[in-house]
Design a protein around this ligand. Structure first.
Ligand code: F6R
Length: 612
């Protein structure tokens, strides 16, 4: 596909897409737009609102049609796409002519008639000039899930389980996510004169690759976009990462093998693909993989291989990388990312006499189950009891407070946010778990409780001055020499990225006011791991340390069998962490730079990127 534009970040994609839509509206004031919901277009809508306010972009003649709506779904529900569109766009611009499929429950026959009417309205308006799309991890566009053919039109459909799991976070549980939806069909979408599909984040990379480079098939409905004469795709770098050009840059005719990072990446990839140690890669294997030019850039293939072997071996050395008697500040967005991603390395750091502070960005209260709080209250958990004693009117019996909490839980509507006390109790549950883990690691916990998170809903407030101030104070108090941060970019509106934004803003102020510069260590995040070729330091550890790390993860009892699994991966966090640390070590062993382990004594590794 020719029209694929990769931008460094989500925001630049949004600005470009909004500019295209704005150009159309300026040229054709009665333009007909097809719009999408979900997290992907939020930045586009924000930019369109800005263009309306600051540059007078006029939507008065524009007609819009939204792709879809859950069914059944009341228009005023916080989960409805009607409400989403009003809050994100229509309440802030002068568009009066908008159409969104109606989720009101009614007979199937009525739904069918309304779907046909919806198609009729699009035709009457003259057809869609631009259709904006996101892509689901199933490959869906709209709610056209795998199996939807190119000749489908607006209709009632069943939502795929993975799509429902992805929506579970905002519905506070998959059981609250509707099973059905009304959606434009693939045919409706393909009839638009132009299509703009966007994708952002690592979690979309695999499906983007399938849609753009795999077979054109109803198993991946987004793949049909390649048959459209005027479809463009905007991706941020994480979403583009698995496209051949990005995943295999050595295949490009302009590949510059005179740079060591490309030689390193290419040889590691070849060793992994052929399941061979680096030392066993032959000139023929290189030629077959399209890397013959690599050996021309260095005196010999052997020299190129040795250079990479030496580089990787150096990166396994704790003595070279691990600090001693320094001040280490690990920013853990949620109160368990620290142990999942760098538990063993934090233990090693504390053992080397470093002063390790783990700063927890948000309370993580959203991910605690009601029933766990009730069980702890029933068991008279001292931390919760003393909080209740300190925060209720004197003389009020604990039993009354407990009954209030229980009543609230039983009476609340699905999706209704926690009452303040319940939210505080959930925060305390997580603080207790994180404190236990920190004590065992030899680290000091610092609970930042950044206010951007405390909306009671999944949607967060933008990072503001109070968040930056709290982070700045933590930096001033800690004066770190090393800061450990997540490098995750999975979700444009995710907590991890927002914590990183608060940190970056605070760090600018801290450094400008004369704070001592620090090294930055990035860990990948709770869901993904850096690839071997991306690593600067591999913190290798043995089974005993892995057992301690698992113990730390299990201290976060409330996160066992997580409320928001986030993926369809059924493994617990400790299993995922163990498997991926093992996988990294295995890859280093397979490349021949880490000695093989005996079967009863496996080796593990955490991976970091380091910026001085
Ligand atoms: C939304 C829609 C969906 C989303 C897709 C991606 O109207 O029809 O196809 O575009 O599920 O969702 P996000 O953007 O939340 O990743």
């Amino acid at each position: 596909m020719n029209n694929v534009f990769v931008r460094p970040d989500y925001q630049s994609c949004c600005v470009d897409v909004a500019a295209q839509i704005a150009a159309l509206i300026r040229e054709k004031p009665n333009a007909v737009l097809g719009l999408a919901t979900g997290s992907t277009p939020i930045g586009v809508y924000a930019e369109l609102v800005r263009l309306h306010r600051e540059e007078g972009l006029d939507f008065s003649g524009v007609t819009t049609f939204n792709l879809d709506e859950y069914y059944p779904m009341a228009a005023d529900s916080p989960h409805s796409y009607h409400r989403f569109m009003r809050e994100m766009l229509f309440d802030h611009i002068n568009c009066v002519n908008f159409h969104i499929p109606d989720g009101t429950p009614r007979s199937e026959e009525q739904v069918r008639d309304d779907c046909a009417r919806f198609e009729g309205l699009i035709a009457e308006a003259g057809g869609l000039d631009i259709q904006l799309l996101g892509i689901g991890r199933t490959g869906h566009i709209g709610f056209n899930e795998p199996g939807a053919g190119r000749d489908t039109y607006t209709r009632l459909v069943t939502i795929d389980y993975l799509t429902r799991a992805d929506a579970a976070l905002s519905f506070q549980g998959i059981e609250n996510v509707p099973v059905r939806a009304i959606t434009m069909g693939v045919g409706t979408i393909l009839e638009a004169r132009q299509i703009i599909m966007m994708a952002s984040g690592t979690h979309k990379a695999a499906i983007v690759q399938q849609a753009l480079e795999g077979k054109i098939t109803s198993k991946v409905p987004a793949s049909f976009l390649r048959e459209h004469h005027n479809a463009v795709v905007y991706l941020d770098e994480p979403a583009a990462a698995l496209l051949t050009e990005y995943a295999k840059p050595w295949r490009s005719p302009d590949a510059d093998f005179s740079t060591f990072p490309l030689r390193r990446r290419a040889l590691i990839a070849l060793g992994q693909e052929l399941d061979k140690p680096l030392g066993k890669l032959s000139a023929q294997a290189l030629a077959e993989a399209g890397m013959q030019r690599l050996a021309h850039a260095v005196p010999s293939l052997e020299a190129a291989i040795q250079e990479v072997e030496l580089d990787l071996s150096k990166r396994l050395s704790d003595d070279r990388f691990l600090p001693q008697h320094q001040s280490v500040f690990c920013l853990s967005p949620h109160p368990d990312d620290d142990v999942i991603c760098c538990g063993s390395t934090l233990i090693k750091m504390a053992e080397r006499g470093n002063k390790v502070v783990v700063a927890y960005g948000v309370s993580g209260s959203m991910a605690v189950r009601d029933k766990d709080v009730l069980a702890l209250l029933r068991a008279r958990h001292p931390r919760l009891i003393s909080f209740i004693e300190d925060h209720t009117e004197p003389g009020r019996a604990f039993e009354d407070v407990f009954n209030d909490v229980r009543q609230f839980i039983f009476d609340r509507e699905p999706g209704e946010p926690d009452a303040e006390l319940l939210r505080d109790l959930k925060r305390l549950v997580r603080e207790g778990e994180a404190s236990d883990a920190c004590r065992k690691m030899g680290a000091k916990p610092l609970f930042l409780n950044l206010p951007f998170y405390e909306t009671g809903h999944v949607a967060k407030k933008p990072i503001g001055e109070p968040d930056v101030e709290i982070m700045l104070k933590a930096l001033r108090d800690t004066q770190p020499e090393i800061v450990m941060l997540t490098g995750e970019q999975s979700d444009p509106h995710g907590t991890h990225e927002m914590c990183a934004e608060a940190f970056n803003r605070a760090a600018c102020i801290y450094l400008a006011e004369g704070g001592k510069p620090f090294k930055q260590w990035f860990y990948r995040g709770a869901w993904e791991e850096y690839e071997v070729w991306e690593g600067d330091y591999y913190s290798v550890f043995n089974k005993e340390l892995m057992e301690r790390k698992i113990g730390l993860i299990l201290d976060h009892i409330s996160q066992l069998d997580p409320v928001y699994p986030g993926t369809s991966d059924p493994r617990e966090f400790y299993e995922r962490a163990r498997d991926r640390n093992r996988a990294t070590a295995r890859q280093l062993q397979q490349l021949g730079v880490l000695p093989p382990s005996r079967s009863h004594d496996p080796i593990y590794a955490e991976v970091f990127q380091i910026n001085s």
